[in-house]
Design a protein around this ligand. Structure first.
Ligand code: ADP
Ligand code: TYD
Length: 203
């Protein structure tokens, strides 16, 4: 079982994915929480290259770096955990690339997905929760955080991303998406997500 959390910068995914992780653990499930980019040793280096460097970067280079990080993440964390029967919860995964690089950076959603097929090795999410927070609210939530290279793009970029996440439903008509209103309280969002997971994951 692979459950991913997605959304624009500052939407609240890290907060909610941690809450859901704790709740599933409390209920006795064997769960792993991970995030992109980073986590593996190689992934940490890629994270520094892609988010912290001030060098200008071609959008396709960005696609390959996120995909390289993902390939390592699948090999080291995701595939082994799933084969041990664990529930894997991810704070960002392949949909972030399709939306950020494919849609917002205009590389093309199809092309980005085609490249990422090599990285994900068949591990598409069973459930994807999109925390749909109005960009103005998400930006306010991030005001104390040091913005990385992508977050520096500003409000119009975040609005494009919001639209991109909405387009995923048409792009993947057979996948399971839950859109939650990110302006609700943490406990309201957590309850809605837990209800959905319990109903749709056969837990
Ligand atoms: P993301 O991982 O999407 O960037 P975070 O989970 O780190 O977002 O949340 C960004 C900030 O907003 C944090 O300070 C967090 O405590 C706060 N936050 C998250 N969810 C909510 C919510 N539903 N209501 C109010 N504040 C929230
Ligand atoms: P990070 O600080 O890890 O997390 P967040 O903003 O989600 O709390 O930032 C990750 C940044 O990288 C974020 O701006 C989204 C971006 N990103 C992509 O552009 N493509 C990707 O494939 C992934 C995984 C992230």
């Amino acid at each position: 079982m692979l459950i991913t959390f997605e959304g624009i910068d500052g939407c609240g995914k890290s907060t909610i994915s941690k809450e859901v992780f704790q709740e599933l653990k409390k209920r006795g499930f064997s769960v792993v929480l991970s995030r992109e980019p980073g986590v593996t040793a190689v992934g940490q280096k890629i994270r520094e290259m892609v988010l912290l460097s001030n060098d200008s970067m071609d959008s396709m280079t960005e696609v390959f770096l996120f995909a390289a990080n993902r390939s390592q993440h699948v090999a080291e964390v995701i595939a082994p955990s799933i084969s041990e029967g664990k529930i894997v919860i991810l704070d960002r995964y392949v949909d972030s690339s399709i939306v950020y690089q494919g849609y917002a950076r205009q590389v093309g959603m199809e092309d980005v997905y085609a490249i990422n097929r090599y990285a994900i090795k068949g591990y598409l999410p069973d459930i994807t929760v999109i925390i749909d927070t109005p960009p103005e609210i998400a930006m306010k939530r991030m005001k104390d955080k040091n913005p990385d290279r992508i977050e520096k793009e500003g409000l119009s970029f975040q609005k494009k991303l919001q639209k991109g996440f909405q387009l995923l439903v048409e792009f993947f008509p057979k996948r399971n998406f839950l859109f939650v209103d990110g302006s609700l309280s943490v406990s309201e969002i957590k309850n809605e997500v837990m209800d959905y997971i319990i109903k749709n994951a056969g837990l």
